[in-house]
Ligand binder design. Structure first.
Ligand code: G3I
Length: 333
């Protein structure tokens, strides 16, 4: 057990919400199965956060399972929940190389049929949620680590210009939605960050709308250092993009070794969180789209499952007890 009460430096309770005193949205990735069935998860999601991102159910695999059939039921239920409960809904994600349905992976149309399918996919989804989704991750993870464009199925079939056209199509379908480019390692990899900024700046110069950049921020207690994170936040803001820290979690076991859950590790986690939030707070409010945590409790994080390792990257432990990292955020808001 490592609740806040055990920490000398970070003690707090979670009886009032994280978002109440923040001047910007504090969000969380939502797994609807848990939201509706797990009362603790529901309590925390609704009390602590005022912005929801669906962890999976807005991805093409779930929303667009057949060429001419969209599966709206689950996503609509979440959108309605957000309207009723005054949560901002962030749409994640329209164009990604992962979690694609089989029919897209095997789509055998001509270049113009690919373009039509791509445009319809974006515009049907964006139009469906007009007025309910505040912002979209229009394109997700389009770059490789070395700063070149990822050779995804979208790029192979549609050419390098697909990113710009995705933003144009999304804007046509909902001119009021904020449009984001979202990627990982932008906080740790300056070459990738520079390449993303160069491409997005050029797209903007040609008149397309890109409102912000999602820095996913899947970081760990050893890397990147807080200096690099600060630099990334500053560079994105300086270029005039809204900054969404879009998928924040802080691993304490990146090497996947057997670990002792010592207070010192959770202290390091809390300290890194403090540095991230302190720097985010310094942004002008027009550039603060918010900070979104990628899940509620350690037991439901994608990290142990995906990397097959023990880890504790989120704000709450597996018994929904707030950890020092929770208290670190709270003390700053
Ligand atoms: O829904 C199926 C279920 O029917 C099946 O029985 C089960 C067994 O494999 O899989 C379930 O799907 C899983 C899905 O999560 C829902 O739980 C997939 O296997 C699993 O791969 C998928 O993982 C998601 C991952 O994206 C996919 O790449 C994670 O939950 C989600 O947190 C993660 O999120 C991504 C962001 O979208 C983009 N940035 C990186 C981030 C972390 O990878």
């Amino acid at each position: 057990m490592f609740g806040c009460a055990k920490s000398r430096h970070y003690t707090c309770t979670d009886t009032d919400g994280l978002y109440h005193n923040a001047g910007y949205p504090i969000g969380v990735a939502i797994n609807p199965d848990l939201l509706y069935t797990d009362s603790q998860c529901h309590r925390i999601a609704s009390q602590q956060f005022n912005s929801f991102t669906a962890e999976n159910i807005f991805k093409p695999f779930y929303l667009h399972p057949e060429p001419n059939a969209y599966y709206w039921e689950e996503a609509d239920k979440l959108a309605d929940y957000c309207v009723t409960n005054h949560k901002r809904l962030h749409g994640h994600t329209l164009i990604w190389h992962e979690q694609l349905p089989e029919w897209i992976l095997s789509f055998s149309g001509s270049t113009s049929e690919w373009e039509q399918m791509f445009k319809n996919h974006i515009q049907t989804i964006v139009a469906h949620f007009r007025g309910k989704v505040a912002g979209w991750d229009v394109v997700n993870e389009a770059f490789d680590r070395d700063g070149t464009l990822r050779n995804s199925i979208w790029r192979r079939k549609l050419g390098d210009g697909y990113i710009e056209r995705a933003f144009r199509y999304a804007h046509e379908a909902d001119p009021n939605a904020l449009l984001f480019y979202n990627d990982f390692d932008l906080e740790s990899n300056p070459a990738k960050r520079r390449a993303v900024l160069t491409l997005l700046n050029n797209i903007r110069l040609r008149g397309a709308v890109i409102d912000g950049i999602g820095l996913q921020m899947h970081v760990n207690i050893y890397s990147p250092g807080s200096g690099e994170i600060v630099k990334a936040i500053e560079e994105v803001a300086k270029a005039g993009y809204k900054v969404h820290i879009s998928e924040l979690d802080i691993s304490i076991n990146p090497r996947g070794r057997p670990i002792d859950k010592t207070a010192a590790l959770f202290q390091l986690q809390a300290e890194l969180m403090t540095k991230i939030v302190v720097n985010y707070k310094q942004l002008p409010s027009r550039l603060q789209y918010g900070i979104t945590i990628w899940g509620i409790s350690d037991k439901d994080s994608w990290i142990p499952y995906y990397f097959n390792r023990e880890d504790f990257p989120l704000l709450y432990d597996s018994n929904y007890i707030p950890k020092p990292v929770y208290c670190a955020i709270k003390s700053l808001l």
